[in-house]
Design a protein around this ligand. Structure first.
Ligand SMILES: *[C@@H]1O[C@H](CO)[C@@H](O)[C@H](O)[C@H]1NC(C)=O
Length: 83
């Protein structure tokens, strides 16, 4: 179970993006987690996030990349140390 107090969301709008040769709405995301990621979970997250982007921001899911990173605790810094 993930604790919301460790969840960070950064949205950076207004950044010019060219995707598939056009400047129609597009998005790029990175999702970093200490464990818990894998083919099935990543697929579900990609689907859920694509749906949010589509309904809220009118970004077609074919114009959206998301990169998943599963990092070791000691490779993730927080609060002056690492997890
Ligand atoms: C951050 O580190 C300080 C000092 O080690 C500790 O007292 C505090 O509980 C830590 N905060 C969190 C949110 O882990």
């Amino acid at each position: 179970m993930k604790l919301i107090k460790y969840v960070m969301i950064l949205l950076n709008g207004g950044v010019p993006i060219a995707f598939a040769g056009t400047e129609e709405p597009a998005a790029y995301g990175e999702l970093i987690s200490i464990g818990g990621l894998g083919p099935s979970v990543n697929g579900k997250l990609s689907s859920t996030i694509a749906e949010i982007l589509e309904t809220k921001l009118y970004i077609d899911s074919s114009r959206f990349y998301i990169k998943f990173y599963d990092v070791q605790r000691s490779f993730f810094g927080f609060n002056g140390s690492t997890f």
